[in-house]
Design a protein around this ligand. Structure first.
Ligand code: FAD
Ligand code: NAD
Length: 452
């Protein structure tokens, strides 16, 4: 292939990069996007989508396995799972989405180049594939190279020590699984494996699971893990894996496999970021309100720019960067980025947490007082609003409960639109839905909740 030129070059076709390419194409920018793997990045290939597929399969299995124990009068024969078929089904979804992303980029007019990209200078990138190298010159370049799992030196990935990518590709269930790191990935996948009948132990270094969330939000998750038979060791440090046991400073744990989920690191190495001497924020590329790095004409979006490492943040940044390059007057001014933890029950956080902003108060509505939650046999959890005392502006909304993830859009919209307690309190919420809990939390803050 001959050397290429373009207006906008994007390194990485994950949610940040591919959305940037689609929007840039729509805006008529001559765009090239490079990726060494299939389009869709971590999220589509080995992250959000595959993990949610496994979580769904595990939930279905568990529902059938435990049907006879519930009050509904349903009995069912003990289910079996052929994990290889489950994984093949998951791979089919991934492959459909790979094609979908390729099609969308093509339709928008963005060119996809397969290969590994490396900066030669601030305007030129070399792309290598199968020993062949081409150079691409661009007026503007976006680094959207994402992140990779952090490896512990004493638990290197390989064999029975799994990264999240390995765990999502297992075709046979282990008898026992030790999960090192009780954060997002460890708990989402750990819960799924527990529901599939695996003996799961979570080893978390901090004092409690999901330490970035407050205790009230994580308590229902901890309770459910216990009910599912998951052993949670907190304040514990993994030390070594030998003889089918994970050794920790609190004793040894039976573990046919060990899943290490202790965070993710930005993929900056080998791309030439060091040589460009871009200003970093810790290990991440530092960006301004337009996602521009310290070098003119070089942008960075998504996980490579740090927390929160979420697909929808990367996408929103990608869209904004394309518009900025096209000359639109845009900047990063989002009021809130929702975060959903797909544990059981699920957790949603959006905007300010209690105590985070001076002059705010919080008010919550328990789902045990919600009719819909009762009819779904899932009464644990609550919806909480954080509001400013001076003008009742809603600055944060959080929830923990079964399937509360679907409410995350309503939460974010309310904050983004600058709603106050009275706005949400006066909005008719369909009955019976769990979302009534949001209206009730606002009414409660105003001193006149109706159903509690
Ligand atoms: P990535 O998706 O990591 O994409 C980067 C791309 O760049 C990759 O395709 C890579 O091949 C390519 N690349 C890197 N370097 C080069 C190079 N030198 N040359 C060419 N190509 C290169 N987030 C959510 O919001 N919700 C979830 O439910 C969720 N679940 C997750 C579950 C798991 C198991 C994991 C691991 C992550 C999950 N995430 C979730 C996080 C989410 O996947 C990331 O935040 C998101 O993928 C980041 O997008 P990105 O575009 O920044 O980078
Ligand atoms: P994480 O930061 O969520 O959790 C890592 C956990 O490991 C923390 O609780 C930390 O205290 C613990 N830990 C660190 N070192 C340890 C050690 N040596 N021993 C024991 N515990 C240790 O990281 P993750 O679960 O790997 O996920 C990475 C990122 O991926 C997340 O930050 C998130 O942004 C993204 N993600 C999002 C979703 C979602 O949106 N639903 C799902 C999965 C992943």
């Amino acid at each position: 292939m001959p050397d290429l030129k373009c207006k906008l070059l994007i390194i990485g076709a994950g949610p940040g990069g591919y959305v940037c390419a689609i929007r840039a194409g729509q805006l008529g920018l001559d765009t090239i996007i490079v990726d060494e793997s299939a389009p869709g990045g971590t999220c589509l290939n080995v992250g959000c989508i595959p993990s949610k597929a496994l979580i769904h399969a595990a939930e279905e299995f568990h529902r059938i396995a435990t049907a006879g124990q519930g009050p509904l009068g349903i009995s069912a024969a003990a289910p079996e799972i052929d994990l290889a078929r489950t994984v093949a089904w998951k791979d089919g979804i991934v492959s459909r989405l790979n094609s979908g992303v390729s099609g969308l980029m093509k339709k928008a007019g963005a060119r996809f180049v397969a290969g590994r990209a490396r900066f030669l200078d601030g305007k030129t990138v070399a792309v290598t594939q199968a020993g062949e190298e081409i150079q691409i010159r661009a007026e503007q370049i976006v680094i959207a190279s994402g992140s990779a799992p952090v490896e512990l030196p004493f638990l290197p990935f390989g064999g029975d020590i799994l990264s999240s990518t390995d765990a999502l590709a297992l075709t046979k269930l282990p008898q026992s699984l030790a999960v090192v790191g009780g954060g997002y990935i460890g708990l989402e996948l750990g819960t799924a494996f527990a529901k599939l009948g695996v003996k799961v132990t979570v080893v978390e270094a901090e004092g409690r699971i999901l330490p970035t969330y407050d205790r009230a939000l994580t308590a229902p998750v901890a309770k459910r893990l216990e009910a599912l038979g998951v052993t949670v060791m907190t304040g514990a440090k993994a030390e070594a894996f030998a003889g089918g046991q994970l050794h920790t400073d609190q004793g040894a744990v039976e573990a046919e496999k060990v899943l290490v989920t202790v965070g993710r690191r930005p993929r900056t190495q080998g791309i030439g970021v060091e040589e460009l001497a871009l200003t970093l924020d810790g290990p991440f590329v530092r960006i301004d309100q337009h996602c521009q790095s310290s070098m003119r004409g070089i942008y960075a979006i998504g996980d490579v720019t740090g927390e929160p490492m979420l697909a929808h943040r990367a996408m929103a940044q990608g869209e904004m960067v394309a518009e900025h390059v096209a000359g639109h007057a845009v900047e990063w001014d989002k009021r809130a980025i929702p975060a959903v933890c797909f544990t059981d029950p699920e957790i949603v956080t959006c905007g300010a947490l209690p105590g985070e902003v001076e002059g705010t108060k919080s008010s919550e509505f328990p789902l045990m007082a919600n009719g819909r939650a009762m009819t779904c046999e899932r009464e644990e959890g609550f919806i909480r609003v954080v509001w400013r005392e001076s003008d009742h502006a809603v600055l944060g909304i959080q929830a923990v409960g079964a399937q509360v993830s679907e409410m995350s859009a309503a939460f974010t919209l309310a904050i983004e639109m600058g709603c106050c307690l009275e706005d949400i309190g006066a909005t008719i919420h369909a009955h019976p839905t769990q979302s009534e809990g949001l209206q009730e939390a606002c009414l409660r803050a105003l001193g006149h909740a109706l159903h509690i």
